[in-house]
Design a protein around this ligand. Structure first.
Ligand SMILES: [Fe+2]
Length: 504
């Protein structure tokens, strides 16, 4: 089979699935993953959804989502919220521009929206299975970029859209991150993706991108700046409904490549289109300097690999040992810039390790217990991120006014430097407290009790601000508005299963 690619996955690799805009099509996405798992006898650790998740529980949520009338439908999520179904795989998502913004607003700092489905927050960092995942919700809009948060649901005219526009405050927080990021997730593309793309190929598929590419405005310029600052190993996006990937090189002052980010954007969830990839990621301590080692083991894009992939479990790989020694070498490296350049070129060429040719070896591998035969999906908070949230909390922009955070974003500015020092202090304090960073799983039956009617807040958000000793600044306008009403939001009223449907 000409197009069949054979890939070897090592014990130390982490298997993850990534999808583009979810648009409420959870059934399709989960069925593709579980089908692949059954065929290969592997389990994927977790799924990342890059926005437009549409966690719509009921009509009220639907009214809080900005979407043309013809798309206003309650889709699969409702059955995952009411407990009829449970997500078969840990699902982590960020917000896009089509979301039940009332629900996401209640979970500004992140939290469970259904059993096994976790919202990363307006911005956030978590750790899952040894991978550090950062993300930001929303899309870029020039006029709302510097505004504060002022929207209160049920949203008034204009608020429906402005509520999902990313504020500079969120990017400013992420710009304070210093520890390495494995995966960054955004709905929008960073504009620099256009700089590293084969523009002719891209505009052949999407001709209407041409104008934006020429003016370097396809996506968010602020995400570009952030990408250059934090230089994650992988960056996943959606929004533009195309399966697209490029390698972004980060350069130093001398124009030398010092790191690379592998960018991947996924399509919308329609069979045969590239809306879902499954890949093996090698842990950070096992990779060579600048190595591009994302090993795709499945892609829903038939055009990409019509016959699919055959995956083999490469437990005793010699290259593992090589990796370890090269990782050691890179720590103590005195490599000259020219040699580094060559090494980068070489590593960019090698997509995946060649699979062993012997079929006997493959059969033997199958008999052994694979590290991928069960899920490993413990999710935990990130201490550096908690420190950043705490030190930037007093700067939370509230109201329709303009807020400029430039002095806190750019590394050469005093405001940024001051916050970095504060972050280090707070980091030490939080570490001394020995906080339990594990995020406990939330069962579906508990979701209906998440709303605290007295405080007019989701209990997960309450627990978060109590843990960091913050106040409820972000939620205050909503709380004040809701205190005027006496009934809880309809979404937290458990449906009566004994009720006879009028359709019967
Ligand atoms: Fe979108």
């Amino acid at each position: 089979m000409e197009d069949l690619q054979i890939l070897s996955v090592k014990d130390s690799d982490k298997l993850i699935a990534v999808c583009g805009c979810t648009h409420g099509e959870l059934e399709l996405i989960y069925s593709q993953i579980t089908e692949w798992e059954t065929q290969n006898n592997y389990k994927v650790s977790f799924l990342i959804c890059c926005g437009d998740f549409e966690c719509v529980r009921d009509e009220f949520d639907l009214a809080c989502m900005s979407v043309p009338d013809k798309y206003k439908k309650i889709k699969d999520f409702q059955r995952y919220y009411d407990g009829t179904k449970i997500a078969p795989i840990l699902t982590i998502f960020i917000g896009g521009n089509h979301e039940a913004m009332n629900y996401l607003k209640d979970l500004y700092y992140g939290g469970w929206v259904a059993e096994n489905i976790y919202f990363l927050g307006y911005s956030g960092i978590i750790n899952v299975n040894g991978l550090r995942i950062a993300g930001v919700s929303g899309i870029h809009n020039r006029s709302d970029w510097s505004k504060g948060y002022y929207e209160v649901y049920p949203f008034q005219y204009g608020e429906l859209k402005s509520s999902f526009h990313t504020r500079q405050y969120e990017i400013m927080k992420l710009a304070l991150v210093k520890d390495p990021i494995d995966i960054f997730v955004s709905h929008d593309w960073p504009t620099l993706v256009g700089d590293w793309s084969d523009v002719r190929a891209l505009t052949r598929i999407k001709p209407y991108f041409k104008k934006d590419l020429q003016s370097r405005s396809l996506g968010s310029p602020h995400l570009s700046a952030l990408c250059d600052m934090i230089q994650p190993r992988y960056w996943f996006s959606a929004h533009l409904h195309i399966h697209w990937e490029v390698t972004i090189e980060h350069k130093d002052l001398y124009g030398e490549t010092t790191a690379v980010t592998k960018f991947l954007s996924l399509d919308k969830p329609i069979r045969g289109r590239g809306f879902l990839d499954i890949m093996g990621l090698t842990p950070r301590d096992k990779i060579k300097f600048c190595e591009d080692n994302m090993k795709r083991v499945y892609s829903s894009m038939r055009r990409f690999c019509p016959q699919g992939f055959q995956v083999v479990h490469d437990e005793e790989s010699e290259s593992d040992a090589d990796m370890e020694s090269s990782s050691e070498e890179s720590k103590n490296s005195t490599t000259e810039p020219e040699e580094i350049k060559e090494e980068v070129k070489d590593s960019l060429k090698s997509e995946v390790s060649p699979a062993p040719e012997s079929t006997t070896q493959v059969e033997n591998e199958e008999e052994k217990e694979s590290p991928f035969s069960k899920r490993d999906d413990q999710i935990s908070m990130d201490l550096e991120w908690l420190s950043i949230v705490k030190i930037t909390h007093p700067l939370m922009p509230i109201g329709k006014g303009r807020f400029n955070f430039d002095e806190y974003v750019h590394p050469l500015q005093e405001g940024h430097h001051k916050l970095i020092l504060e972050k280090e202090e707070v980091y030490k304090e939080l570490k001394d407290k020995n906080l339990d960073l594990n995020i406990p799983k939330l069962k579906n039956e508990s979701l209906y009790t998440q709303w605290d009617a007295e405080k007019c807040m989701n209990k997960q958000s309450q627990a978060y601000i109590e843990m960091l000793d913050l106040d409820s600044t972000f939620f205050q306008a909503q709380i004040t508005s809701m205190q005027k009403t006496v009934v809880p939001p309809p979404s937290f009223t458990k449906p009566d299963n004994n009720e006879i449907s009028l359709d019967l």
